[in-house]
Ligand binder design. Structure first.
Ligand SMILES: Nc1ncnc2c1ncn2[C@@H]1O[C@H](COP(=O)(O)OP(=O)(O)O)[C@@H](O)[C@H]1O
Ligand SMILES: [Mg+2]
Length: 425
């Protein structure tokens, strides 16, 4: 039996699987049924000790492309599912079988149909649009033309009050040093057409909120994308005396959640009145990186922003209590143990699997502030968390496909330092 199996380290070796059978004929107790987006290939989910993996059967050329693209995009900091391996040159009784790409199942990922059918998300349509726009802009910035942008090929994860979009299906993509306007336009046209089609289908099933017009959705996608792209990439000419232009532009970029790595200013000729400014924008991961450095926690960008603000608030309160400024790392650690872990430890075991830790914390904070406003009184955070658990988390549906036992294991504050993070979702 010829088989070429290429698996990334840190994942199972996958050698125990029946590679000489077509994917849809696999029969193994570890196979699990999970709600997935609409798809054309055979897709199966297999559970290992290391987690859940997704197997997709497709022609060798596409499997290898998808593996390469996913790896490249991940290295560039773009939110994509994690590629774990590819199996090619498979045969059954001498007859060739298609190849298989293996990805790690994206934890707590929500297909769009589930989001619409459950209606449990704040400003769902708006959050979805922003998440999708963010994803498109980010892949375009690194020169990737998706060629298949649709809601089915996107997975969503909760991100504080927003959603974060992850790219799943890349086999039709193309990688270029830079995309032309035509290539970006093509991707956008497809995105508008596909999402409109998907929403029309949902509408037919009565799953779309009243008044949501699929054409409006596509128009919004284009409008928001164009705005973001222009702020991030437009070359701007300004008068040499107008230095504030640079600062204003950096602020506009930051307001969209992005950072600027370099600003390039050039003059047409020396002594010119007019300067030209071009920005080199970097991936909007600043808060998640900072949160990870300070606490070891992995979170989405908006979650990280919320948690970092809370760390600062908590630190200021501790300093005031102690009457002097404690070192930064002491404050971070105190927050982690006394605020973060303390809050999460109030979640009963059987409720794990509804949300991830950082999301529970961010939602608890929101709920706590809301309830104090409603009742017009101060309340200890613990009480707010308990109310959140009772009123919001307990009635919520399970969103993780792993069993509740392995969803969250709090490290022992006595023996362990901060938890060993896994590599992120
Ligand atoms: N790594 C993953 N994590 C979670 N869900 C996944 C993952 N890979 C695929 N899926 C699910 O499977 C569906 C089909 O995958 P996709 O790559 O789009 O297949 P196809 O090429 O057949 O369209 C997706 O819409 C998604 O719901
Ligand atoms: Mg697909």
């Amino acid at each position: 039996m010829a088989l070429h199996l290429f698996a990334r380290t840190g994942h199972p070796d996958f050698l125990d699987l029946p590679w000489d059978e077509p994917l849809d004929e696999w029969d193994d107790p570890r196979l699990v049924d999970i709600p997935a987006g609409l798809h054309r290939h055979v897709v199966r989910f297999v559970r290992y000790d290391q987690g859940l993996y997704v197997f997709k059967e497709l022609p060798k050329r596409y499997a290898e492309r998808e593996y390469r693209f996913l790896t490249f995009l991940r290295e560039e900091g773009v939110p994509v599912v994690k590629a774990a391996g590819v199996a090619t040159d498979r045969h059954r009784d001498g007859e060739p079988l298609e190849s298989v790409i293996i990805t790690k199942h994206l934890p707590y990922s929500l297909p769009y149909r589930l989001l619409f059918s459950r209606r449990s998300t704040h400003d769902l349509v708006d959050s979805m649009l922003d998440a999708l726009v963010d994803l498109l802009v980010r892949i375009h910035l690194v020169g990737f033309m998706w060629g298949d942008c649709s809601l089915s090929n996107t997975l969503f994860r909760r991100d504080a009050r927003r959603l974060a979009a992850y790219l799943v299906d890349t086999e039709t993509g193309e990688l270029h040093p830079n995309l032309t306007d035509g290539q970006r336009g093509y991707d956008l046209d497809l995105a508008m057409e596909r999402t409109a089609g998907e929403l029309l289908d949902l509408e037919a099933q009565g799953l779309v909120p009243d008044g949501l017009d699929p054409v409006w959705f596509g128009d919004q996608l284009l409008e928001r994308y164009t705005h973001t792209w222009d702020v991030l990439t437009a070359q701007e000419t300004f008068a040499a005396s107008d230095r504030d232009r640079i600062r204003a532009r950096l602020n506009a970029v930051n307001a969209l959640g992005y950072d600027v790595g370099e600003v390039e200013v050039s003059a047409e000729d020396s002594g010119a009145e007019k300067l030209r400014m071009a920005l080199h924008v970097v991936e909007p991961n600043r808060h998640r990186r900072l949160l990870f450095e300070r606490t070891g926690l992995r979170a989405e960008e908006s979650q990280a922003r919320v948690l970092l603000a809370d760390i600062d608030g908590y630190g200021a309160w501790l300093n005031e209590t102690y009457g002097h400024d404690l070192p930064r790392d002491v404050l971070d650690r105190r927050w982690y143990q006394d605020s973060y872990l303390n809050a999460l430890s109030r979640v009963p075991d059987d409720l794990w699997g509804r949300r991830e830790g950082p999301q529970i914390f961010a939602e608890s904070l929101d709920h706590w502030h809301w309830i104090m406003g409603e009742q017009g009184r101060e309340m200890p955070f613990e009480e707010g968390v308990d109310d959140y658990v009772r009123e919001i988390l307990a009635p919520a549906e399970v969103e993780e496909v792993v069993s509740a036992e392995d969803a969250f294991t709090a490290p022992d504050p006595e023996t362990g330092p901060l938890p060993m993070p896994d590599e992120g979702p």
